[in-house]
Design a protein around this ligand. Structure first.
Ligand SMILES: [Zn+2]
Length: 360
């Protein structure tokens, strides 16, 4: 495979008050908007959204999103969008509302504008919609034909969310450099079923550098609900660069482990980015990184509040049994498990998980 491919949303707009750009952006794609947002998010932002778009639209309807991205919920939102005669969809909220909006776009076509209200993961810019069963088990990944038409990130909104979401977004973004490098070196494929271009690696590398330089300052600013240059740089890393980094750069072991974690019901309370952060520690152990490198990583995690052990992700059961299950399920099910230079089996992966749990 020698084809390289890179993809991105057609427009990315970020900053304090960026929501003001929503109306003109929607008007490029339609006159009747349908918003996929849950009741809480809609309650907080409905008036501002309506005011920001009234000059540019004939109508804006709000779907009462149920909170989980399931096939049934995508069907329900698609029917509501059809009833509203919508020609442009807005995904407003966290990853699940965003992914459901993508599902509606796949079903109905038309424009799609993503407005994340938290910076907790890499979903906003990508074509992927992760669909779950009603009991929160990953069931399928649906792909849009193209990336979202626009992603609008209003950092005045992002900093109002609990800091845990912001830190989880950092966890999801930190891994991209290491995963893209493994994908590149092993001849792996990105999410366009092509080889990662050099640009994707450069993005993932810069994403990591920004987080290491500004991550702590940005996190304390978000804790104080303040925007700042550090917050802007880190949000660009955790939403734009993290999304482009994985979709065009490809994934490896850190994200593969989320398949294994999903087999442990207690870990379902952990956010995706928290799981990826832990998964990255495992990947770095598997890669054979020196002890000083690992301990520097751990102390960075500690300063931010990222998980170092399963217990930090809410697990209180039999750790040895859980590690066995996580390792076996990851090896059996994860689609990118071969995109790492080390030949892995369940035993080797379990040994790496044990080292992470032991803090060595
Ligand atoms: Zn991710």
């Amino acid at each position: 495979m020698t084809i390289r491919a890179f993809g991105a949303p057609h427009r990315y707009i970020q900053g304090p008050g960026a929501l003001g750009q929503l109306g003109p952006m929607l008007a490029i794609h339609g006159r009747r908007a349908f918003v996929v947002a849950d009741r809480i998010v809609a309650g907080l932002l409905k008036d501002r959204l309506t005011a920001a778009t009234s000059e540019h639209l004939d109508s804006i309807a709000f779907g009462d999103f149920g909170g989980e991205c399931t096939a049934a919920e995508i069907d329900r939102m698609t029917a509501a969008a059809a009833a509203a005669g919508a020609d442009v969809i807005i995904g407003l909220g966290g990853g699940k509302a965003i992914d459901t909006a993508k599902g509606v776009r796949i079903a109905r076509g038309g424009g799609l504008v993503i407005v994340p209200t938290i910076a907790s993961n890499d979903s906003p810019t990508s074509r992927l919609a992760i669909v779950y069963t009603a009991d929160h088990v990953l069931s399928e990944v649906r792909l849009m034909a193209t990336n979202p038409d626009a992603v609008i990130v209003d950092t005045d909104i992002i900093v109002q969310a609990p800091v845990r979401f912001f830190v989880a977004g950092i966890g999801d973004a930190l891994s991209k450099k290491f995963e893209a490098e493994q994908c590149y070196r092993t001849g792996g494929l990105n999410f366009y079923k092509a080889r990662p271009p050099e640009l994707a690696l450069a993005i993932a590398d810069r994403c990591y550098a920004i987080i290491r330089e500004h991550g702590e300052a940005a996190t304390s600013d978000v804790r104080a609900k303040a925007t700042s240059d550090a917050v802007e740089s880190v949000v660009e890393a955790t939403i734009l660069m993290s999304g482009l980094g994985f979709e065009s750069g490809g994934l490896s072991l850190a994200h593969s482990l989320t398949r294994g974690f999903s087999a442990i019901p207690e870990l379902s309370a952990a956010l995706h980015g928290e799981q990826v952060a832990y998964g990255l520690l495992v990947q770095l152990v598997v890669e054979g990184r020196p002890a000083a490198f690992l301990s520097d990583f751990r102390s960075f995690y500690q300063r931010l509040g990222l998980p170092l052990k399963l217990a930090d992700m809410g697990f209180s059961g039999d750790v040895a049994a859980a590690l066995q299950t996580i390792a076996a399920r990851t090896i059996a099910e994860a689609p990118y498990i071969r995109q790492i230079e080390v030949e892995l089996d369940g035993m080797k992966l379990k040994a790496a998980l044990e080292r992470v749990e032991a803090g060595i």
